[in-house]
Design a protein around this ligand. Structure first.
Ligand code: C2E
Ligand code: CA
Ligand code: CA
Length: 514
């Protein structure tokens, strides 16, 4: 096929694909045969006449032209079918010439942030720039196309020596080219690139393009998990690790659906009254064999399988159910707080859903706290995440800034997001009663919060000494193992009653000795 024929072919592909969807396909065959004649002359007409299966293949994604750079224009994104066809064609042409090929997948990290900070046009400009940089780093006959918002596919033209060393060398060259900073929208922007690859020589003799593409995908997943800027080559071991990861993913997803994942609750105490000011809901996996599994062991897998929204729904349901049951048991628990990660805050229906749940449980929004990491607020000055936080504050939920001191939220953002309370990270709290530097740092944070009219809560309070010093420095609330470890909702009833009795006892003692 000549270049001109290829571009005519590309122009026709979209309408052909649409037309070929569904049983009415037969009615289109004469028209498609005519079109084939127009594009490719007699030879393609004969090919078209061979029947619908071939036309179907054309519609799904044509085999690649010899020149990779023609496979897609800067804005084109190939789908998985087309990518598989391109990989198959690469494998076949290498095999025909008794040579080797390789598939590389590149994922660039940082485009979402550029989109959020400088707008989608700036992000698109960087996407196009990345594709042209990628093509410049390759040979003329290699193929490079975009596969998604931040993903690129490279297929190498048949070659004699595509061993591990050569492919690592090439990947590093690509990475260096892509990670060059570029001035977009009047500012220097930086991206990180992760690369996973698989050379056809590492696969079995009769391996298909689909298998090579899947192997590169597994390698890329591994690279991203070790990123930013990691490069991984596919290996047989990786496949078994990937299988294990997949089975862990489905086990965790099942646990989420069948109620094995649920929150435990850790009390928060007011330093001036000693009373419970709230509880934090912390996810736990109640595993039938492994016992209580902490979130560090399943949150990442849930995030990778796109299940964070479902997690937030499960935790919210449980948390509101628990709050209502404590109300009914006569406990004084003013509020339950839930943790929302970036992925959960991206749900456009989040505020509506929460309001609906609160109404269903007959609870006011003031009874619900939303803990948002400082890093999330710092990275989301605008967009859906920012809108959701602001709206949640407007309906009356308390916004807590979690792990305060570990991110870079600006004072303006604290105001804009109507942050109510700073949750001072445990790293500032540990040994505060014994370390003067720690005391100075904490005093500065508390002073700033006071001037900004924000409440404060110290996390990870483990000792009586830390608790006492925090109260002395004027920290409003405390939470940590020194007060109570996270516990089940029913255990909270006993703990809260005992705690109330302890306070009453202490007050009595205070009055009689005072
Ligand atoms: P976080 O929000 O900062 O939660 C506090 C973590 O510190 C909890 O760990 C808690 O058990 C632990 N902790 C509390 N007091 C102490 C203490 O005195 N000493 C020490 N060393 N640790 C203390 P956990 O439950 O393992 O949770 C870890 C993180 O997982 C949480 O950090 C939060 O970021 C995330 N997470 C937990 N549940 C959820 C959830 O339902 N949704 C989301 N998105 N994230 C969650
Ligand atoms: Ca938290
Ligand atoms: Ca925290």
């Amino acid at each position: 096929m000549t270049v001109r024929q290829w571009s005519r072919f590309s122009a026709l592909r979209a309408p052909v694909q649409r037309a070929l969807h569904g049983p009415h396909v037969l009615a289109f065959i004469p028209a498609l045969a005519l079109a084939a004649f127009w594009i490719g002359g007699e030879a393609l007409l004969v090919a078209a006449a061979l029947g619908a299966p071939l036309l179907y293949m054309i519609a799904g994604g044509a085999p690649p032209p010899a020149q990779g750079s023609m496979a897609a224009g800067p804005g084109d994104i190939v789908n998985t079918i087309t990518a598989t066809n391109l990989a198959q064609a690469a494998v076949e042409s290498a095999r025909d010439a008794t040579l080797t090929t390789a598939c590389l997948l590149v994922e660039v990290d940082g485009l979402t942030e550029i989109g959020q900070r400088a707008g989608e046009n700036a992000a698109d400009a960087f996407r196009d720039l990345t594709l042209s940089r990628l093509r410049n780093a390759l040979r003329r006959d290699d193929t490079a196309v975009r596969m998604g918002d931040a993903r690129y596919l490279v297929l190498l033209a048949p070659s004699l020596r595509l061993d591990l060393e050569a492919l690592l060398h090439l990947s590093t060259r690509i990475q260096n080219a892509l990670e060059e900073p570029a001035p977009i929208d009047n500012a220097m922007r930086y991206l990180a690139a992760s690369i996973g690859f698989c050379g056809s020589a590492r696969l079995k003799e009769a391996a298909t393009g689909k298998q090579m593409l899947e192997a590169a995908q597994i390698a890329l997943t591994e690279a991203i998990a070790n990123g930013p800027s990691a490069i991984r080559s596919w290996s047989e071991n990786m496949r078994s690790a990937h299988k294990q990861q997949k089975s862990l993913q489905s086990e965790i997803q099942r646990a989420l659906s069948n109620g094995q994942i649920q929150p435990w609750y850790q009390p928060q105490i007011c330093t001036s009254t000693g009373r419970i000011s709230g509880v934090e809901a912390l996810a736990r996996w109640i595993h039938p064999e492994r016992g209580i599994v902490p979130p560090a062991q399943f949150l990442r897998v849930l995030a990778e399988s796109g299940k964070m929204q479902q997690l937030s729904e499960v935790i919210l349901q449980h948390a509101l159910t628990a709050l209502r049951s404590w109300d009914q048991a006569g406990l004084d628990v003013p509020r339950v707080s839930v943790n929302f990660a970036d992925a959960e805050l991206r749900d456009p229906k989040l505020v509506q859903r929460i309001q609906w749940e609160l109404d269903r449980f007959g609870l006011t929004a003031q009874r619900l706290g939303i803990e948002v990491l400082e890093t999330v607020i710092a990275a989301s000055p605008e967009g859906i995440v920012a809108r959701n936080i602001v709206e949640l504050g407007k309906i009356g939920c308390q916004i807590d800034l979690d792990d305060f001191g570990t991110g870079h939220a600006s004072i303006t953002s604290l105001r804009r997001f109507t942050v109510h309370r700073l949750k001072i990270d445990r790293s500032f709290v540990t040994r505060v009663d014994r370390d003067e530097d720690q005391q100075r740092m904490l005093a500065a944070v508390l002073g700033m919060a006071d001037r900004l009219g924000l409440e404060t809560l110290a996390e990870g309070v483990e000792s009586v000494g830390e608790h006492a010093l925090l109260a002395q420095l004027g920290c409003d609330h405390v939470q940590g193992f020194g007060i109570a470890r996270p516990m089940r909702a029913d255990q909270m009833v006993d703990w809260a009653q005992e705690h109330a009795a302890r306070i009453a006892g202490a007050q009595k003692l205070g009055r009689s000795t005072g």
